[in-house]
Design a protein around this ligand. Structure first.
Ligand code: SF4
Length: 339
């Protein structure tokens, strides 16, 4: 902020008027307090957004925090399906997202209509959906899953029942390989970010950094391809660690490696470097940046707190059915924290 640097804004600022400086951070804190709001930031948010938030984490952990904190308003700095999940688990709270256009290419790869049509072709199948889905898709789902418990969820289904697995084809392929299940149909969805992380790139990085470890975050659409490729032998298995976000931060503090390659969205590097400043963390692909996550700009967060927009709504019937599939997910295996 230039001219009005020490003043309180009385109008909605334009994007180019706002810098994430000390004034901005103080103003965010002041407005959040005035609105009785908690600010939650996903690990893939811009560093300034992570630093100003009350809590930083993965989607499921943040949704659980949203339900537990005393504040009546939740400002969810992440993508839309994550804010919807928070609303599903906290139906009586006001949930805001600084820019409702922040979608997810993986969640958008299947609609509720698509899923209903697929179910009509397989009327006796059990539907398992990755947590990166809209509330409407979750409402059509029998059991949601994260990558951490996807194998356990599918294994819990009687062997003679067909399984419809959506929307991530890489996670689906991984589950089918581990379970050996032949009556499992997989939706051909994918995240636009993971497309940049391929087997050649992983193998090349392994050759160029022979002592590095590889951290793969299993709940990210972009990392499920890495998970698949690691299983295929593209990276030496003994140096691959499949970790949730929390596990990744613990492993960062404990690792004896001087270099760690990170196969996930690049925003995660900020938390890892804070946790272990002496370790050299490198992105497997430094272009693996989610454009939707980065739509939550400092100006958008300021506007959100000034105007109370954009509010996230999920109709009560959809929320109730979606909540049931999310609760079944939480009961099976170790669900981890979502993306
Ligand atoms: S990184 Fe991929 S899966 Fe994650 S929010 Fe962005 S588009 Fe969706």
């Amino acid at each position: 902020m230039k001219e009005a640097a020490m003043t309180v804004l009385d109008r909605v600022p334009a994007d180019d008027e706002i810098q994430a400086d000390e004034w901005w951070a103080e103003e965010i804190r002041r407005l959040a307090k005035k609105r009785n709001a908690t600010i939650l930031a996903h690990n893939y948010q811009l560093p300034a957004i992570q630093d100003v938030a009350d809590h930083v984490g993965d989607s499921l952990a943040l949704s659980r925090i949203a339900a537990e904190v005393p504040e009546e308003t939740i400002v969810f700095c992440g993508v839309h399906f994550m804010a919807e999940t928070a609303k599903i688990l906290s139906p009586d709270k006001t949930v805001l997202i600084p820019d409702a256009r922040a979608g997810c290419s993986l969640a958008d790869s299947i609609s509720a209509d698509d899923l209903r049509a697929w179910k009509a072709d397989h009327p006796d199948a059990v539907v398992v959906s990755y947590v990166n889905t809209t509330a409407a898709v979750k409402a059509e789902t029998d059991i949601c899953c994260t990558s951490s418990n996807a194998v356990d969820v599918v294994a819990s289904i009687p062997e003679d029942r067909e399984v419809l697995f959506c929307p991530d084809q890489f996670l689906g392929a991984h589950v089918r390989r581990v379970t050996g299940r032949t009556n499992m149909h997989i939706w051909a969805g994918e995240c636009h970010v993971h497309a940049g992380i391929n087997g050649d790139e992983l193998a090349d990085q392994a050759r160029r950094h022979p002592d590095a470890e590889l951290f793969v975050h299993p709940e990210c659409g972009c990392a499920t391809s890495a998970l698949y490729l690691a299983g295929e032998g593209a990276f030496p298995e003994d140096r691959v660690k499949i970790l949730s976000t929390g596990g990744m931060l613990d492993a960062a503090r404990e690792t004896g490696a001087r270099q760690v390659l990170v196969a996930t969205e690049v925003g995660m590097l900020h938390q890892l470097r804070r946790a272990a400043p002496d370790v050299d963390f490198m992105a497997v692909n430094d272009r693996a940046s989610c454009k939707y996550m980065k739509m939550i700009t400092p100006a958008a967060l300021l506007r959100c707190l000034m105007d109370g927009t954009d509010e996230v709504h999920v109709d009560p019937d959809t929320a109730s059915r979606a909540r049931a599939s999310v609760q079944r997910m939480i009961e099976i295996g170790q669900p981890g924290g979502g993306e």
